[in-house]
Design a binder for this molecule. Structure first.
Ligand code: KG4
Ligand code: ZN
Length: 362
């Protein structure tokens, strides 16, 4: 039996969780507490790093206590503490990692420093028991990546954004149209009563041999369309949102379709390959339906973990700790680990200019 306490503070969620793995049976999330700071940042239209760091300081001790109480596991019974050590907003990372170091030292437990992206990458093994290798599409406010997940600690980034992250594009579009923060859910809601064919927005990178994403040109096209017909009626806003969402879905269809084909080529023996989605944007029903159809056409399983585990949480961090312990690759001596605001999952792929890290939100 392995039990790990996970801590996540890399952006605007303060989270703690206890996850257990008992032999060959399925892992169990014993507690999963997430405190969102959305309301504290809403007035500013985005995450303010200083506010986030301060809110983490105030909340984290109570959240850890609540996670332990909820799990009915005492600190003594925990095998290790796993904490997000990057990438993300450095203030929040410091709060989480320092707290984890203090708890680990006081309780005489090993500390495991976890890459937040690895948490997202391994979630489908916690929820669906997926075997390696599989393909991950991570679409959040700070990241837009396609990653080949080949094993614990063995990741290869196949695509990233060369400008804005997809969630960021949703948030900026919402802001331009006067919709509240966070933009994604509000754009989706408005789009429901809109005409997706009214505006012919560009499908960025569609057909390009370069595998990456780009969303800033689409954002500019939205701004130009909105300016041209201002003042906007509710119907105009709905039509722009629907047309924007259609353009995004179409662009994803092309980019992800390309990655599925590459996966088939690189892993020809995988009879039923899988595409996993993670990140807040994965909640979008139009995008989900597009990816589902694409996967069914390409013979891929489409795996969408419950939304609570797709967005930022600490269960994925605790689970990554368990995976590393089990694989014997946990750096259990992380007492000297310094938080890394930039920390690519894959040290092999060349970094791209402006790879969609707003602040460094993942
Ligand atoms: O993963 P997440 O909760 O947080 C991080 O970025 O770390 O993702 C938040 C992002 C925001 O940009 C938000 O606007 C977007 O996900 N989002 C959506 C939807 N729900 C959240 N985008 C499109 N459609 C949605 N339904
Ligand atoms: Zn994240």
């Amino acid at each position: 039996m392995i039990r790990v306490l996970g801590i996540e503070t890399s952006c605007d969620e303060t989270a703690a969780s206890v996850v257990a793995l008992d032999g060959a049976s399925a892992p169990e999330i014993l507690s999963n507490i997430v405190l969102s700071q959305i309301e504290e940042h809403a007035a500013f239209g985005g995450v303010v790093p200083e506010i986030a760091a301060r809110a983490h300081v105030e909340a984290l001790d109570g959240i850890v206590e609540a996670a332990l109480a909820d799990s009915s596991v005492s600190l003594d019974e925990v095998d290790a503490i796993a904490a997000t050590a990057g990438p993300g907003l450095v203030g929040g990372l410091i709060v989480g990692l320092m707290t984890a170091k203090a708890i680990a030292a006081a309780a005489n437990k090993p500390l495991i420093a976890i890459n937040h992206l690895e948490g997202h990458a391994l979630t489908a093994r916690l929820t669906d028991g997926l075997d390696f290798p599989y393909l991950l599409l991570l679409v959040s406010g700070g990241h837009t990546q396609i990653v080949a997940v080949r094993g614990v600690g063995d990741y290869q980034r196949w695509a990233t954004t060369i400008d804005d992250a997809l969630g960021e594009a949703f948030d900026k579009t919402a802001k331009m149209l006067g919709l509240p923060y966070p933009g994604g859910p509000n754009v989706e809601k408005a789009a429901a009563s809109g005409d997706a064919n009214r505006f012919a927005f560009p499908r960025p990178m569609k057909g390009s041999a370069q595998p990456d994403f780009s969303f800033s040109g689409l954002k500019t096209a939205v701004r130009q369309a909105a300016t041209a017909i201002a003042p906007l009626s509710d119907q105009d806003v709905a039509d722009i949102c629907a047309s924007f969402q259609a353009a995004v879905a179409d662009a994803l269809d092309d980019r992800v379709g390309r990655a599925l084909a590459r996966f088939r080529q690189e892993f020809p023996r995988q009879a039923k390959p899988a595409l996993v989605v993670a990140g807040g944007v994965a909640a979008n029903r139009t995008i989900k339906a597009t990816l589902e159809a694409l996967c069914s056409q390409a013979g891929f399983a489409f795996v969408a973990p419950p939304q609570k585990l797709c967005t930022d949480n600490a269960a994925m961090i605790a689970w990554a700790g368990i995976e590393r312990l089990r694989a014997g690759i946990a750096d259990e001596n992380a007492a000297d680990f310094v938080p890394r605001s930039r920390w690519p999952l894959d040290s092999v792929s060349a970094p791209l200019v402006g790879s969609g890290r707003r602040g460094a939100k993942a």
